[in-house]
Ligand binder design. Sequence first.
Ligand code: NAP
Length: 244
Amino acid sequence: MRLEKVTALVTGANSGIGQAVTSSFRREGARLLLTGRRDRLDTAEPDDLYVAGDLNDEAFVRSLAAQAAATYGTVDVVVLNHGLQVSSPLMEMDYQDAENVLRSNLLSAFLVMKHFAPLMPPAGGSFVCVGSRLGMVGMPGEVLYSAAKGGLIMLAKGAAIEWAPRNIRVNVVAPGLTATPIIESSFQRRADPEAYRRERESQIPLRRLASPEEVADAVLFLASSESSYITGAVLPVDGGYTAF
Ligand SMILES: NC(=O)c1ccc[n+]([C@@H]2O[C@H](COP(=O)([O-])OP(=O)(O)OC[C@H]3O[C@@H](n4cnc5c(N)ncnc54)[C@H](OP(=O)(O)O)[C@@H]3O)[C@@H](O)[C@H]2O)c1
């Protein structure tokens, strides 16, 4: 088991990718601290600690870190999977929506990193940020989301250098379009869901969406000691979308 005796925080644990990460970490023997905004997490197991709250709120992040310290002492792995996408042409985007996107994808990640790095043991630890292919390429209608995920990459790279002396590694998994329930239901809202799916798939070199489990596999690799000499890296899991 690759995460035996490892304590891991997974944010956005109630989502498609977050759930896949949680299942894979559980299989690999991790002790889990899970967080999301919903009051309850139906997929949590009795041994998991689930704490609900908004990661944009520093008081909540501080209390989450305090609960982690009280329950587990140290935290070895943090998966920053939470995120928020608001699609809008740039000239029509409200300031509040823009602020929400930047806070929910970038500033909240900074808050979690700031409050959880001190909980990592003297031997070190690993942060894995879930970014996006759109953090590396521009996309009409997704400009603020791209800016936030691009910022997340630079947050990770800078932190990787700053915390290397403490053996804290910081990396990014950058998924492409992934078949999560939210993406699948957005396809179903189209006039011709199958035609829309084919159009989206035709833009991806591997001609299909990722599964949440394929993204979780990359997260597991960067969380585990198999990647012990990798830090400040961005691992695209996008079927070749950003290879052009
Ligand atoms: N699915 C894709 O195609 C795709 C592609 C590229 C990147 N990604 C990235 O992958 C990650 C997971 O995406 P997903 O599609 O599996 O799930 P998702 O449905 O977008 O869920 C994101 C999760 O983040 C949580 N969250 C958002 N803002 C938060 C906040 N301020 N505080 C606490 N929790 C917050 C949500 O909690 P609530 O449900 O409680 O609000 C939810 O559990 C995201 O970072 C996303 O940007 C996804």
